[in-house]
Ligand binder design. Structure first.
Ligand SMILES: NC(=O)c1ccc[n+]([C@@H]2O[C@H](COP(=O)([O-])OP(=O)(O)OC[C@H]3O[C@@H](n4cnc5c(N)ncnc54)[C@H](O)[C@@H]3O)[C@@H](O)[C@H]2O)c1
Ligand SMILES: O=P(O)(O)OC[C@H](O)CO
Length: 335
């Protein structure tokens, strides 16, 4: 039987471990401590997912690092911790450098502006065997068996096909791509646009305003992606418009909820505390602006989100600035 490791007993990590098991694999779920291992074993998953036990007997829960014995039989590993904890988690996990490793995180490194596969490369993992998983994938829906689709990007399509088979279970359907850069960037950048959409919902705006933010948001995501070497098709796919739609419209999204709380007048710190989970877009906004400045690309919505998070203006002030921008021709980046 194939065996895979999952790093991180997060909502997404536990969900991925359950999917791998449902697809017929053995799984090693690597957690931070014996205490955490005990809690996850006792709950059969994560209490905050609210489902009851979801992990079966083929998911083995162990504290990091991976033992040589476990490493020997592995076909690959998925890393499902937030981007701010990604580097440390990979270092602690002790995954063999030759192992195919896929990032399931949707964020950029705050210090270096790197994508998560770039963090893996810097840690010595083989660029030909690293990849990224993304798409409209709210863990709370997937763990309940609701249908969803994702995209896995690897430089080598054969490797991507192996991951597709490993992860596709029940109503979870995985597509393959070779645009690792595009899939990673789209997954990270959409969280920032979802904060803006949440702010629009929070101000009492309607679906028209949210759709406008999504469409112009997708244009700026694509503009930056193309400037950095991504493929336009990726932004029109599951990792781009697909995830943008799920995140901007679902009340389950933490990024959307964060925007709603900012619009209600909470400080960013209070909003994060109230949500109590990862709000990846709050970290990604300033990093995206740095990448955009270096690439000579303008990201008006992202800039306003970063300014609100940085305490430079309120949500209504930011919305007025967006509405007051010079009228322009509608340009949608093509290549
Ligand atoms: N939750 C989802 O629906 C979902 C879906 C797709 C992708 N993602 C992405 O997956 C990543 C994880 O998000 P999540 O929502 O599953 O996280 P989460 O909010 O469930 O958990 C985040 C918390 O997990 C803890 N944690 C657990 N193991 C850790 C470890 N090994 N190292 C550091 N911290 C650890 C930390 O306390 C951290 O604050 C993010 O990049 C997110 O964008 C999440
Ligand atoms: O809850 P969010 O906003 O982190 O969104 C979760 C996933 O990225 C949706 O695909």
């Amino acid at each position: 039987m194939p065996a895979y490791a999952v790093v991180g007993a997060t909502s997404w990590g536990v969900t991925l471990a359950a999917l791998l098991e449902r697809a017929g694999n053995d799984v090693i779920l690597l957690v931070r401590s014996e205490l955490e291992a005990h809690a996850v074993r006792a709950a059969g998953g994560l209490e905050r997912l609210g489902t009851g036990p979801v992990l079966g007997p083929r998911v083995h829960i162990h504290p990091m690092p991976l033992t040589a014995n476990h490493a020997a039989g592995l076909s690959g590993a998925l890393v499902a911790v937030p981007s701010h904890a990604f580097r440390a988690a990979v270092q602690a996990a002790g995954l063999p450098r030759s192992l195919p490793v896929v990032s399931a995180a949707k964020g950029l490194d705050l210090e270096t502006s790197s994508r998560m596969t770039e963090v893996l490369h810097a840690l010595g993992y083989d660029p030909d065997r690293t990849g990224a998983l993304s798409g409209p994938n709210l863990a709370h829906e997937i763990i309940r068996g609701l249908p969803a689709a994702a995209v896995i990007a690897t430089p080598d399509l054969e490797l991507g096909r192996a991951w597709q088979t490993a992860l596709s279970a029940g109503a979870f359907r995985v597509y393959a791509s070779t645009d690792v850069l595009g899939v990673e960037l789209a997954g990270a950048l959409k969280n920032v646009i979802a904060i803006a959409a949440g702010a629009a919902w929070g101000l009492g705006f309607g679906a028209n305003a949210v759709a406008a933010i999504m469409t112009r948001g997708l244009a700026e995501m694509t503009r930056l992606g193309l400037a950095l070497g991504a493929e336009v098709a990726t932004f029109n796919g599951l990792a781009g418009v697909g995830d943008l739609a799920a995140t901007c419209f679902s009340p389950l999204s933490r990024n959307r909820r964060f925007g709603e709380l900012l619009a209600a007048g909470r400080t960013p710190a209070d909003a994060v505390d109230e949500i109590g989970e990862t709000v990846e877009g709050a970290h990604t906004a300033p990093v995206s602006l740095r990448l955009a400045a270096a690439a000579g690309v303008e990201l008006p919505i992202t800039a306003e989100v970063a300014a609100v998070i940085g305490g430079e203006r309120t949500v209504p002030e930011a919305m007025l600035r967006l509405l007051g921008r010079p009228l322009a021709r509608e340009e949608l980046p093509r290549r």
